[in-house]
Design a protein. Structure first.
Length: 260
């Protein structure tokens, strides 16, 4: 494999390499590429909005024969594969938790008003969980757009507050902790610059890592939303002709064949 320039591959999970309603949900060609990449010394990180239990269950159910070297979970926490298990990067995760706790103390007084506004106008599910004091599941994309516009008004009033959206699902997060900043911190730990990193994603919450200052090689599968495809093209990346994992491996093979 002539892929010596890329040492870290970062992929989103749902919609990017994992197609829940297809069989198999993980592309065998993609998994084979990753297996060979890891054997050659490369490392793979799944960069996802899922939490640890949900991701590991999905990988196990899909029968994945390869496992990522690193995980970025809930778009911000970093875990490292050590001796058959995943352990947290304590320094990063502690700072992440502290920043979110401080931010959400300032956000919580504003949540009831925002939640009431959403529930009065839309058939949407609004709730709080361990990751955010405001989470929402909209009925469809149009409602999600309107809810996002309202939520971002609050983001503009509260320094550090960001709105993290994937399709009709969304929650608040800290602007300093996202898929892009987590990937950059991990790369710094590994001594890698953007020119050694490949990143692929399909939805809005992937945009922070689909930036040339984060990863030098960018890709989006054919099913990626328009905003992601546009961002990848603007940065000189590859928008694949195939969806999901087949699209990601298309980009990886293209990179390999071009000597990347």
């Amino acid at each position: 494999m002539n892929d010596s320039r890329v040492e870290l591959v970062s992929t989103d999970f749902d919609g990017t390499i994992f197609a829940e309603f297809e069989q198999p949900p993980l592309s065998p060609r993609f998994l084979d590429w990753i297996r060979r990449f890891q054997r050659a010394g490369g490392r793979w990180v799944i960069n996802t909005g899922r939490d640890l239990g949900s991701l590991l269950e999905a990988l196990a159910r899909a029968g994945s024969p390869v496992w990522p070297d690193f995980l970025v979970l809930v778009e911000r926490e970093v875990y490292i594969h050590e001796q058959g298990t995943y352990v947290e990067w304590a320094e990063w995760n502690r700072a992440c938790h502290r920043a979110h706790n401080e931010l959400f103390e300032r956000v919580r007084p504003h949540v009831p008003e925002l939640a009431a506004w959403v529930e009065e106008r839309f058939q949407a599910t609004v709730y709080a969980d361990a990751w955010s004091p405001f989470c929402v599941v909209a009925a469809h994309a149009g409602d999600a757009d309107a809810i996002e516009a309202r939520a971002r008004e609050l983001c503009r009033r509260i320094p550090g507050l960001d709105y993290v959206r994937n399709d009709v699902y969304a929650r608040f997060g800290h602007a300093d902790y996202n898929k892009g900043t987590a990937l950059t911190a991990l790369a710094r730990r590994l001594g890698l610059g953007p020119d050694r990193i490949f990143a692929a994603g399909d939805h809005y919450n992937d945009l922070p890592m689909l930036r040339p200052e984060v990863a030098g090689y960018l890709a989006a599968p054919a099913n990626a939303v328009e905003a992601v495809q546009d961002a990848v093209r603007r940065a000189g990346g590859h928008v694949s002709s195939q969806p999901h994992g087949e699209g990601v491996v298309e980009a990886l093979e293209r990179l390999t064949n071009n000597g990347g």
